[in-house]
Design a protein around this ligand. Structure first.
Ligand SMILES: Cc1cc2nc3c(=O)[nH]c(=O)nc-3n(C[C@H](O)[C@H](O)[C@H](O)COP(=O)(O)O)c2cc1C
Ligand SMILES: C=C(O[C@@H]1CC(C(=O)O)=C[C@@H](OP(=O)(O)O)[C@H]1O)C(=O)O
Length: 369
């Protein structure tokens, strides 16, 4: 079983993760992990914070001579913004934030943990934590790559701009998305998305959207139909929904399928010329009965608009009980492109876990055998 834990605050010294259960003998390419971190930091519409941070991963254990040993990996990413907080933080001089910000974890967290200050809540609820998750996902991708399984993504919608996705094999769409500042494989729609972000910024507003993550070359039979928590779609849904601000997911075009008759939805099975079977459609998004069916796995996720808007929301000061507006410092206008990279990391993690479960083995060699 693969598992990982993360720790760290958004403006604290660093983010940490411990990854347990990786097979021994897996070559780890640090540059490729750092490339994923760079991809997550990109994207049109992000705040000044992304100019401060330059995420690089350090591996502190579990890897010797660039190869996993089978022991837990401890990994670390520095928060460069820490120097701007360190003195006040260490001397206990940070002003309490007594007005919870709507759309954030602040209100529920303050009640739950009996705090008159939202800071301890926002520090951990922040999506800054996804930096280290992307590093974890990058390691999962390196395990999957040993079995030719690849994961990629693109952005399908920002605000009301819905991209027309060209009909091309996924790897081509991924490289076209990579060349776009909003990770949209359709350049014309990508420009419209950027204009929508500019307009939101001008109006002191924010945007959400939809991204799609896909995995190709996934063997048949990851996950299982036999028990609720072994179903691959359930595991993917949980991983995707764990990303901050993700509020909906679908496997394949699930919400469109819901309105169609069964004859137009289910992917018929045909004999191919080599005596095997093939399918010409993938409306199931690569999963039937909680198991991968050999088709690409296709997951869409809906991200709500960024909660902190330049136009103030109404709230209440929990200390004096008066109506108030929360403190505004800075905020992303749109983070859907970054979220799509985080979605890749989470899908890669779930698939690596399911693959290891299916193949077994303590070393890469055993897994391959
Ligand atoms: C990559 C990324 C960047 C984000 N940046 C911001 C931001 O700058 N400002 C903000 O208010 N919310 C931002 N969010 C969303 C909040 O973290 C999230 O809405 C909040 O923690 C509440 O969690 P929930 O939306 O899952 O309920 C970001 C989310 C992601 C995935
Ligand atoms: C730091 C990152 O994203 C942050 C996520 C975030 C939030 O509330 O989730 C708020 C912003 O941070 P700050 O509170 O410092 O302005 C974003 O910049 C990152 O993605 O690395």
């Amino acid at each position: 079983m693969l598992r990982f834990l993360t720790a760290g605050e958004s403006h604290g010294p660093c983010l940490l993760a411990i990854i347990e259960g990786l097979p021994a003998g897996l070559p780890i390419d640090l540059d490729r992990i750092n490339l994923e971190l760079l991809r997550r930091q990109g994207g049109y519409g992000r705040s000044h914070r992304m100019k401060i941070e330059q995420d690089r991963v350090e591996i502190l254990s579990g890897v010797i001579n660039k190869i996993t040993t089978g022991a837990p990996l401890a990994i670390r990413i520095e928060n460069r913004d820490w120097v701007n907080w360190k003195d006040k933080w260490e001397q206990g001089l940070l002003e309490p934030l007594t007005v919870p910000r709507p759309g954030h974890a602040d209100y529920a967290g303050m009640i739950k943990y009996r705090l008159n200050d939202a800071r301890p809540i926002l520090e951990r609820a922040s999506a800054r934590e996804t930096a280290v998750r992307v590093a974890v996902g990058a390691i999962a991708k390196q395990l999957l790559a040993q079995f030719d399984i690849m994961v990629g993504s693109y952005v399908c919608q920002i605000g009301t701009v819905v991209a027309r996705i060209p009909l091309r094999p996924y790897p081509e769409l991924w490289s076209e998305a990579e060349a776009s500042e909003v990770r949209c494989p359709n350049p014309e729609d990508g420009e419209r998305m950027k204009l929508a972000i500019d307009e939101a910024r001008r109006k002191k507003d924010t945007l959400g959207g939809v991204f799609e993550v896909q995995a190709i070359n996934v063997p048949v039979g990851l996950g299982s139909h036999v028990h609720w928590d072994r179903r691959l779609d359930a595991r993917i849904a949980m991983a995707m929904m764990s990303i901050q601000a993700i509020k909906g997911i679908e496997i394949g075009p699930a919400f469109e399928n819901a309105g169609l008759p069964g004859t137009q939805v289910h992917d018929d099975i045909f004999l191919d010329s080599k005596g095997g079977v093939t399918r010409f459609t993938n409306r199931a998004g690569g999963i039937e009965g909680g198991m991968s069916n050999g088709n690409p796995i296709v997951v869409r996720a809906a991200m709500k608009p960024i909660a902190t808007t330049g136009t103030p929301h109404q709230s209440v000061d929990v200390v004096n009980g008066r109506a108030a507006t929360p403190v505004y410092q800075r905020s992303d206008i749109c983070a859907v492109p970054a979220a799509s990279v985080i979605g890749e990391a989470m899908l890669a993690w779930v698939l690596a876990d399911a693959l290891l479960e299916k193949l077994g083995g303590d070393s890469l060699e055993e897994m391959k055998r």
